[in-house]
Design a protein around this ligand. Structure first.
Ligand code: AMP
Ligand code: ZN
Length: 436
């Protein structure tokens, strides 16, 4: 059967002026809706701002930012714009400090969210004939239900396998003829490890062809590895609970940046210190305004994620702009001896060595009042006994890392399987430094 390239042809093929006209109309509706929110009503009143003051997209900048702290301070329902009896779902993310945050959804919100995820999956070639297995956590983690409803909306046969029980996952791949999988990148690598143990060759023994990978930072090198190991195309998927979950931005088949659906969100990239907008192409903090949510719209939400807009048009024809691969959250940045380092910079270097497996751990410690970094990384099984190779590689990796991050870490190559595996998003950094 011949399908269109687009899941929502009329919205995915809008021109820039059409996108911006739709955004203004939806922004004005959203701001009016926000007056049902005790939090936003008070905030607007306190600075004398009225919904009618928002007459152009530039006027967005009159609205103050919303922060994660605002979500915590108003926990659980203080930002909602609709009464609870109009809401049908709640997702909550547990922060490491303070109150967790809560996001509420109406039935329409859930339907629109499912549509966004379906649009993403369709864009990379998923069709109703596919069998979709969701190997990500369910429950409060939005990658579970978010992908479930999106894949169903697209019309695929969906298998809500959830994360873990890897042998059973693989049995499902072979028994059900799974063709599309959603998993966090660290788990995609694990699936391959266990397949190898079981003597299963993904190319020969499965019908796998597409992986949606996201929810945690990963490098281009990590993606290529997943593709090579599993014989699939792997597409970067970006989302966060505050913006529903998955479906915010997704790579198209070009694999060069993630289209952010601008009929759902207004994107700003700001300098995290001055909060002023930065030009396209410059890295800054991603700030998002929801345009298509009624239970709990968020205005100018500071995501803490650092990325940039990729300048220029995408050959796929969509004019929704592209976000570059996330550098990580500003809170993930390591500051060691005054140098700013993102874990992803270290991963980029490690993943260039074919002898290394995919798991690594960065430990920061204080030794004799001096802060140090140790990078432990697992070797692939066949290389660990070659002592000369190990020594040579440790030296070589140390030098490459020093060039990349400007400090000299201690590199330890470890036997395969010796680093602890986490159930959810991978833990890549342990900070044991003395705090003064
Ligand atoms: P959560 O709301 O718990 O699902 O976490 C959302 C956060 O996960 C985002 O703010 C990002 O920091 C991170 N994240 C989600 N998707 C990606 C991705 N594709 N690449 C890098 N980080 C991501
Ligand atoms: Zn594209």
């Amino acid at each position: 059967m011949a399908y269109s390239e687009f899941f929502n042809p009329e919205l995915e093929t809008l021109s820039r002026p059409q996108i911006e006209a739709l955004q203004l109309q939806r922004l004005q509706d959203t701001v009016c809706r926000c007056m049902g929110s005790p939090f936003y009503k008070k905030r607007f009143d306190s600075i004398g701002l009225k919904p009618s003051d928002i007459r152009s997209l530039e006027d967005l900048r009159k609205i103050p930012f919303t922060t994660k702290q605002d979500l915590r301070d108003t926990y659980p329902f203080g930002i909602a714009s609709l009464p609870l009896d109009k809401c049908v779902r709640l997702h909550s993310s547990s922060g490491t400090t303070g109150n967790p945050t809560v996001i509420l959804h109406s039935a329409r919100d859930l339907d629109q969210w499912a549509n966004a995820v379906a649009r993403c999956l369709w864009m990379v070639g998923c069709r109703p004939e596919d069998v979709f297995q969701n190997s990500s956590g369910y429950g409060m983690f939005t990658g579970g239900l978010g992908f479930q409803y999106g894949a169903e909306k697209l019309g695929m046969l969906t298998v809500p396998a959830a994360a873990g029980n890897t042998r059973r996952q693989i049995k499902f791949f072979t028994d059900f003829g799974t063709t599309v999988v959603h998993a966090i990148p660290s788990y995609a690598a694990r699936l391959y490890e266990v397949m190898t143990d079981l003597g299963i060759d993904p190319r020969r023994d499965t019908r796998l062809r597409i992986f949606a990978i996201g929810a945690e930072p990963h490098s281009e090198e990590q993606r290529r590895r997943i593709e090579d190991m599993l014989g699939v195309k792997a597409y970067n998927s970006f989302g966060m609970s505050e913006m529903c979950g998955p479906g915010v931005a997704f790579e198209c088949r070009e694999q060069n940046g993630m289209h952010i659906w601008e009929d759902y969100y207004i994107v700003e990239i700001v300098d995290p210190d001055t909060l002023e907008p930065v030009p396209d192409g410059t890295v800054g903090e991603l700030v998002l305004t929801t345009l298509n949510r009624e239970a709990m719209p968020l205005l100018r939400y500071r995501t803490r994620d650092l990325t940039r807009i990729i300048p220029g048009d995408c050959p796929c024809g969509r004019k929704h702009r592209r976000l570059d691969r996330m550098r990580g959250r500003s809170d993930d940045m390591i500051i060691l001896k005054g140098v700013n380092i993102f874990p992803i910079q270290i991963e980029q270097v490690l993943m260039q060595y074919p002898e290394l497996a995919s798991d690594y751990l960065i430990t920061l410690e204080t030794a004799e009042d001096n802060d140090t970094m140790t990078v432990e990384v697992e070797m692939k099984e066949q290389f660990i006994d070659d002592y000369a190779l190990l020594q040579n590689m440790e030296r070589n990796i140390t030098a490459r890392l020093r060039d990349e991050i400007l400090i000299t870490p201690k590199v330890c190559l470890k036997p395969f399987g010796s680093l602890e595996r986490s159930e959810g998003k991978a833990v890549r950094v342990k900070d044991l430094r003395k705090k003064y």
